[in-house]
Design a protein around this ligand. Structure first.
Ligand SMILES: [Zn+2]
Length: 379
């Protein structure tokens, strides 16, 4: 039964509002399950194109949205555990969509993913799915990467709505990570030359960086354009394992050799005991090595998952209160989450399920993990 009764929200306390959001989330999941059932049945009877047309007319949505909905619905037909968890409201609709999309790329383990989807926030689950797809893909994800390469596309066109020129493209994860690291480094370079009184917005700066890179190809390349690639060393088999980018996206090990040909690879071995990651009070900003180690541990902003390239290191025990510039006292945060800490009283707390990691907590949040608590049925 999908039903959220109307209520005067101004009369609810904070806990009441939070529980109401939880109800809405569960109802959205159930609706998504119903929609997948209907679209899947339509597609089975009359084909995908027909189902898309019917949905587009009936729901008055864009062709693009309806195409991905029908594709997900068809995939969901094979994913019993995910479908069931979605229908029960245990798995958020966005998580189920990630599973359905992944099922198109590899023979995923539906039961395993549906289980994890109930306990992980969106960013964490996105990484779980990516790792899982790489694991179950044949030849260490190389065939998946090849398929993604085939799907590369880009368009440059003038919008009929407002006359703006639009650049729209999608790239495989390896090419994409290289592009993103060069764009991010150019953004940092532009940032340092800006007048602090009149800074552009982050999206304006990204646009400026892309224009500069394309229109001034001879301009000096900014420093820090190196692509971070992480791997674990498998002591038993004496080889690299779990090769991945800074945000946790897995990459086939065979791809490392290709990247190494024209990219600058900075090998760094992190060992807490060496002391290299402990700068104490000798400097205020993180070293390059610390930044890499933080990217490896935090995989992005601890508040919202923003890519490490767009994060700064924040002292958990504030610098002006004597906090040291040590790996253990630093976390990665984006600009917005950094402001939440300094202006809105958010605090950095140990992650409840991932030892050694951190998360951001609002000043008056009750006990209990907000990510899982919000999905739990009301008492
Ligand atoms: Zn953030």
């Amino acid at each position: 039964m999908v039903r959220v009764d109307g209520v005067d929200v101004s009369g609810l306390c904070d806990a009441g509002l939070r529980s109401r959001l939880g109800e809405i989330g569960r109802a959205e999941s159930r609706l998504a399950a119903m929609k997948a059932d209907v679209l899947g049945e339509l597609a089975r009877r009359r084909g995908n194109a027909n189902a898309e047309h019917t949905a587009k007319e009936t729901l008055s949505v864009s062709g693009r949205a309806v195409r991905s909905d029908v594709k997900a619905a068809v995939a969901m037909g094979e994913l019993d555990a995910t479908r069931e968890a979605l229908a029960d409201g245990r798995v958020p609709a966005g998580h189920a969509q990630l599973i359905a999309r992944a099922a198109g790329d590899a023979p995923v383990d539906d039961v395993f993913l549906a289980e994890r989807a109930q306990h992980e926030g969106h960013d964490e689950f996105r990484r779980t799915v990516a790792r899982h797809v790489a694991e179950v893909s044949r030849n260490d994800g190389a065939s998946l990467l090849e398929r993604q390469r085939q799907q590369r596309s880009a368009r440059v066109f003038t919008s009929r709505d407002n006359g703006m020129v639009v650049i729209n493209g999608q790239f495989d994860p390896v090419t994409g990570a290289r592009l993103a690291s060069v764009i991010a480094a150019t953004e940092r370079q532009l940032y340092h030359h800006e007048d602090p009184e009149s800074r552009p917005t982050p999206v304006q700066r990204t646009a400026d960086a892309i224009a500069k890179l394309i229109c001034e190809p001879d301009a000096q390349r900014p420093t820090g354009t190196s692509l971070l690639v992480f791997a674990d060393y498998d002591m038993v088999n004496h080889r690299l394992a779990d090769t991945r980018f800074a945000d946790g996206t897995p990459i086939p090990i065979s791809e490392i050799a290709r990247i190494a040909v024209d990219a600058q690879i900075l090998p760094a071995i992190f060992d807490d005991a060496t002391g290299d990651l402990r700068m104490g009070r000798s400097r205020r900003t993180a070293t390059e090595l610390q930044r890499m180690a933080l990217a490896l541990r935090d995989e992005g902003c601890i508040g919202c998952g923003t890519h490490p390239d767009h994060c700064r290191s924040h002292h958990i025990d504030f610098w002006h209160r004597g906090g040291p510039t040590d790996y253990a006292n630093l976390v990665l945060v984006c600009h917005g989450c950094h402001e939440k800490i300094h202006q809105d009283g958010f605090t950095v707390e140990p992650h409840r399920t991932r030892p050694g990691r951190f998360r951001l907590q609002p000043p008056d949040e009750p006990a209990g993990d907000p990510e899982t608590a919000s999905r739990a049925p009301p008492p």
